[in-house]
Structures are given as C-alpha cells and as structure tokens.
Ligand binder design. Structure first.
Ligand code: MN
Length: 262
C-alpha cells in the first residue's frame, strides 16, 4: 500500500513524523510537506509563482521526504502530478497541532491538503489533535492513524472516502471515552486582531484563537472532542446522502479496537 503524507505545520513538525512512523508499519510512506508552517492557508494553491521541491533527509528509515516551498495543496499536486508516477492508495494530512473542527475545516491547511487527495480519487484523511498550552501528544493520534489506514482502504464506499478526524487533547488511549462518526459543528474559533504601531507604520497580528461560547450540539465534532471522544467526520458529497456515514461503523470499530475500547 502506497501512502502519501502531507501536513500544514511544515516538514519539521513532530506530528507529521509521529504519523509517518506509525504508517510506515502498514505501508510504503512518502512524505511531501511544506518547508514551513502553512497553517490557515486552506485549500489554496500557488498559481502565480514557481514552486520548488527538494528531497530532504528523513528521520525514518525507508520513508522518502520532499520539502515544498508552497501550500499543502501544492504538495499533493506535485506529489501526484510530477514527483511520483505510481498512484497512491491512501493519503493523510497531519497530524496537525490543533483541532480542525466545525466550519474551521474551510480555513484549515490540513483539511485543504486532504481535499486535494480526495479530488484525485485517493481515500484521504485529515488528522488533528486539539491544541493546549502543554506539550501536545501525538502517540494516540498516530495509533488512530494506523487503524484508519487499515480500515479506510477497505471501505465499501460508492465514492472516495474523505474523512476529517480529530482527537481530544492530553489523553492517553485509556482516557479516550469513545469514537464517534460525527457531523461538522459550528465554527470553533473566530479571529482576534491586534493593532500595533511600530513608530513608523501600523501593522496587525491576526490570531485564530477566539473561542466562541456556543455550547456544542451533540453529534457534532465539537461535542465529541470536548467530551474526550475521537471524532470522525465524513466530508465531501458523500455526506449528502449519508451512505458513507452508515458504512463507517467498521472504521469506528477498528479505531475503538486499536484503543482497547471494545
Ligand atoms: Mn497546522
């Protein structure tokens, strides 16, 4: 099984390599990731300048890696359109440092990367962990990624699977209370803007950190991670008829089993 991994936190992020290490045990992993943090770029792609990709040393034996001076979407476009000629069976984007839930999926570079895999007919998964001030742990998310890798490629789905998966923060596998197939909640974060005068000119810092005080609705991704549950949200047109949501019980059970929850 050939697996492509990208992310939006950049090629040096710990989450990316935690996932690459886990997936390397179940398939042939190729990493093509941005050379710097591209969080918040959504599905954007670079059309007005050239894009460069260089092969870089990988911390994991047997895993090839390329760094791209572009967006996660650029990475997937280059990986599938030029760097590699053999097709991929599966694609992951992540593990992202910070949740991508609710309407934030529309600004997420992590989800944006996975979208471009999905658009090319590759079963694609965006994988994220809720951010906290403490050191973020990726081990459980990597374990979830591995379980998903096994089950998603076997899905009997009328269309290409496109999943957005989020984990609660700071819990080991024993702290996860369950695995839910969810729908997107409302927007989790809004922006705050800081205006700064540096003595010559004014500039602004946009921060995507203002939590909304809405109480999340049960059944949504927001509710799931807030209640220490793994959230699996099917994205894409398949959601419209609910067919994939029904079929996802095997995926949910696979993750539950991997976490020792059954
Ligand atoms: Mn990110």
């Amino acid at each position: 099984m050939r697996i492509l991994i990208t992310n939006d936190d950049g090629i040096h992020s710990d989450g990316l390599w935690a996932l690459a290490e886990a997936l390397n045990k179940i398939g042939e992993v190729h990493v093509v990731a941005p050379d710097r943090d591209q969080s918040g770029v959504g599905t954007g792609m670079t059309l007005l300048t050239v894009v460069r990709a260089i092969e870089v040393a990988s911390p994991i034996d047997g895993v090839a890696a390329h760094a791209v001076d572009g967006t996660p979407a650029d990475c997937v476009i280059l990986a599938t359109g030029s760097i590699y000629s053999e097709p991929f069976d599966l694609m992951f984007s992540g593990i992202n440092r910070g949740a991508n839930i609710g309407m934030d999926v529309l600004v997420s570079g992590t989800v944006g990367g996975a979208l471009h895999g999905y658009l090319r007919g590759i079963p694609s998964v965006a994988l994220s962990v809720v951010y906290t001030d403490t050191e973020i742990r990726y081990d459980v998310a990597a374990q979830v990624g591995s379980a998903l890798g096994h089950s998603v490629v076997k899905l009997d789905s009328p269309t290409t699977p496109f999943l957005n998966v989020n984990l609660p923060p700071d819990v080991d596998s024993a702290g996860i209370r369950g695995v839910d197939v969810t729908k997107l909640g409302s927007r989790a974060y809004l922006e705050s803007v800081e205006k700064v005068d540096d003595g010559r000119r004014t500039h602004y810092w946009i921060r995507h950190n203002r939590q909304t005080d809405e109480e999340p609705e049960k059944g949504t991704d927001l509710w799931a991670v807030k209640n220490d549950r793994v959230s699996i949200t099917p994205l894409g047109p398949i959601v419209a008829d609910g067919k994939l949501a029904d079929g996802l019980s095997t995926v949910r059970d696979g993750v539950s089993l991997a976490l020792g929850l059954t």
